[in-house]
Design a protein around this ligand. Structure first.
Ligand SMILES: [Zn+2]
Length: 129
């Protein structure tokens, strides 16, 4: 997937899913990070609950490897995944930077719940069951 196509998908679906997921009063900034920075990760989300703003960062599709990664991961699902993090953050998952084994396993569990929800929501939006 080209970076231009990724940007088109992002412009279309970030506002749509923000509204659907009950985040209408949130201001979302989308940024693209350089694949050289971290090519393992498709995206991240940094919510600021006090100001109801979040920085959604997506892997820039600017190298052949990053483009292949985007061919494998549906960008819409990644967008939904990152926006769900805003809701999950309110449960205290990943809210502070202090490491503890309990928090780590909570974060891993949250990731799999978020993945399942994102897949399910996007399939439903597309009319699949
Ligand atoms: Zn995640």
């Amino acid at each position: 997937m080209t970076h231009a196509k990724l940007r088109t998908i992002t412009r279309r679906w970030v506002p749509w899913w923000r509204d659907k997921l009950g985040l209408r009063d949130w201001h979302l900034d989308v940024e693209y990070f350089d694949p050289n920075e971290d090519s393992e990760k498709m995206g991240s989300c940094e919510p600021d609950y006090a100001h109801r703003t979040a920085k959604v960062r997506l892997l820039a599709a600017t190298t052949p490897m990053a483009q292949q990664a985007w061919d494998k991961h549906a960008p819409e699902e990644v967008i939904v995944h990152e926006l769900l993090h805003i809701h999950f953050g309110t449960f205290g998952v990943g809210l502070n930077g202090h490491y503890s084994p309990g928090k780590l396993s909570k974060a891993v569990q949250a990731e799999s719940v978020i993945n399942a929800l994102a897949t399910c929501l996007v399939a439903r939006r597309r009319g699949k069951r």
